[in-house]
Ligand binder design. Structure first.
Ligand code: NAP
Length: 265
């Protein structure tokens, strides 16, 4: 069976990779893309894509779903747009695969309930790289033994949300194995606000944004006389495409929302 896929954000860094991935997969067909800017009616007209990429472009998602029959909707846009698109896709009966990060807990809860009540599969994955998923798993394991933890996540300077979805997901996983407690000196004081980073149940998260970076994270575990570092680097956005492909395939068999690639591996 050929899976009919729609991609939102095709001009973006992730979107471009996803377009190539679906176009080059024999078991998938890119039936349409969503671009919020009215730049062209066909993907072949974009300078980023070869002229054989004959795929219609829509600027409005309802219109797209009315015109094109789709199985899976992939979103690689911005937190606000991605959230609205996910709801629209669920209402249209099209299974969302969401790589866009930065959804709030309330939004995730609402989408989880919506997917469950409509029995439509949905995958939201803050990180599609297999190595990053393993990094999160190893960090969760280490949190059993090292309760004092700091996360340093580093991304390119075009990223909108901070901390990264991966950092938040890692902290949530570690919180399952670690009792919440304040870290550092009980009387520590920030001379410059933010110096100690964001506080997630006592764990500290530091977000670095610099040109040249792609997506990198290290989790530091401090013990008596020792330091354990668990680290993952995505040097190229191709690292995310194995997870995108896998999610498009797996979401076809789901009837509810799954958050995190580790839950479908
Ligand atoms: P990007 O290069 O900035 O691409 C975002 C694209 O979305 C742009 O083409 C942008 O168009 C478009 N866009 C903005 N608002 C839109 C709207 N309202 N409707 C439709 N499209 C809209 O960003 P990126 O690096 O590709 O990242 C995209 C998302 O994926 C981010 O949330 C990022 O955090 C996430 N991400 C996830 C993973 C993962 O493994 N899950 C990995 C990397 C990144 P304009 O150019 O016109 O603004």
């Amino acid at each position: 069976m050929i899976i009919r896929v729609v991609i939102a954000g095709p001009r973006g860094k992730m979107g471009q990779e996803a377009v190539h991935t679906v176009m080059n997969d024999d078991n998938m067909e890119l039936v349409a893309v969503l671009d919020h800017k009215d730049l062209a009616v066909n993907l072949a007209q974009y300078e980023q894509f070869p002229e054989q990429y004959d795929v219609p472009v829509y600027t409005e998602l309802h219109t797209l779903f009315d015109a094109v029959k789709a199985d899976v909707f992939v979103d690689l846009t911005t937190p606000l747009a991605g959230y609205e698109h996910t709801k629209t896709a669920l209402f249209a009966g099209v299974r969302p695969v969401i790589g866009t990060t930065g959804f709030t807990d309330g939004q995730l809860e609402e989408l989880t309930n919506l997917a469950k009540s409509s029995e439509i599969g949905c995958i939201i994955a803050p990180n599609f790289a297999i190595g990053a998923v393993l990094m999160m798993k190893f960090a969760q394991m280490a949190a059993n033994y090292f309760p004092d933890i700091e996360i340093i996540e580093m991304h390119h300077d075009r990223k909108l949300d901070a901390p990264s979805g991966t950092a938040v997901k890692t902290a949530q996983l570690m919180a399952e194995n670690r009792l919440s407690h304040k870290q550092g000196h009980p009387e520590e004081h920030e001379n410059i606000p933010g110096a100690r980073g964001a506080d997630f149940e006592g764990m500290r998260i530091h977000s670095v944004r610099l040109p040249g970076l792609v997506a990198h994270q290290q989790v530091l575990f401090g013990g008596t006389g020792e330091l354990l570092t668990v680290r993952h680097d995505s040097f190229d956005r191709k690292s995310f495409m194995t997870g995108v492909k896998l999610s498009i395939e797996k979401v076809m068999d789901l009837k509810e929302l799954v958050y995190g690639l580790e839950n479908i591996l």
